[in-house]
Design a protein around this ligand. Structure first.
Ligand SMILES: [Zn+2]
Length: 292
């Protein structure tokens, strides 16, 4: 098997950390999480990353921290003898650089875009008391499409409802081993960077709480007709959704990626500058736990 990097992209609160930890649960796999934030810190907690293995003096993390992004993947393949890596950094220019680097070094790159049904995403924001930000959703995916990088998509709601069949389908596409206990990501030793704090907590507590489907409270149910009407009327959102559905591997999409000349996207340079600035003026991090 050729060495392979699986990049996971998504809008926020869409299940990228969960998919990363599940795919990386393999003796030959390595789950990196949102490693970009170690190199491009923009929140105060990014300056002091705690490894998911729970060891504050983790040697693996110490050695990874010293590597430059250009040697990170090669080093994991060579010194740790891994055959595939999962990187759920999400930031599009990071994925773009990663794809170009993979091409240069002869590694395979697979891009997976995980996405929630808009209503399910709205609920993820709602239950944390955050504003419902659907514009971030279509901005993210449409900017990704602009790069013309090949990708498959995975509907989060189908993924959690249909597991392990859906997991098997994703593994087959990626050509990585599938085994029934692969879903038990909390049993694997992983040295993951950042990502969803609730998934990390599940991992730490060894306490599987994979929620199959949300039970909406009355407060949210009242909002549904208005939300659905807004989603239907939003042409940008509908365009993005139809492309995501078309590329959905759980829907039968099976075209293999071909390496091409990928493009920069509209707001790429603005985004790079933003990260350069944030290193000196990072945001404060607060954990937003679900209230429900
Ligand atoms: Zn560790």
């Amino acid at each position: 098997m050729n060495k392979k990097i699986i990049f996971i992209g998504s809008a926020s609160r869409s299940g990228s950390t969960l998919l990363d930890m599940i795919l990386g649960n393999d003796p030959n796999g390595f789950s990196l999480g949102e490693v970009y934030a170690h190199h491009l810190p923009w929140r105060d907690n990014h300056f002091n990353s705690i490894c998911t293995c729970g060891d504050n003096e983790c040697d693996i993390r110490k050695s990874l921290n010293t590597l430059r992004p250009s040697t990170l993947y090669s080093s994991i393949f060579e010194s740790m003898k891994k055959s595939f890596i999962v990187d759920s950094s999400k930031v599009i220019f990071w994925i773009l650089r990663g794809n170009r680097l993979a091409k240069k070094k002869g590694f395979d790159a697979i891009n997976i875009l995980i996405y929630k049904d808009p209503l399910s995403l709205a609920f993820s924001h709602f239950k944390r008391g955050e504003p419902i930000k659907i514009s971030h959703y279509y901005d993210y995916y449409s900017q990704f499409f602009e790069t013309e990088m090949p990708f498959i998509s995975v509907n989060y709601n189908e993924f959690v409802n249909e597991s392990p069949n859906s997991l098997k389908t994703i593994c087959e596409y990626c050509d990585i081993p599938f085994f029934p206990k692969k879903i038990n990501f909390w049993e694997a030793e992983q040295h993951h960077y950042f990502g969803s704090s609730s998934v990390r907590r599940t991992k730490r507590e060894n306490n599987p709480k994979l929620r199959k489907s949300d039970v909406y409270p009355n407060e949210f149910i009242k909002l549904i007709p208005e939300l659905e009407a807004t989603f239907t009327a939003n042409i940008n959102l509908q365009k993005v959704l139809s492309k995501l559905k078309e590329h959905d591997v759980l829907n039968g999409y099976s075209k293999k990626p071909t390496a091409g000349k990928y493009k920069s996207y509209g707001r790429m340079y603005k985004s790079i500058l933003w990260f350069k600035y944030k290193r000196f003026f990072p945001n404060k991090w607060e954990m937003k736990k679900s209230k429900l």
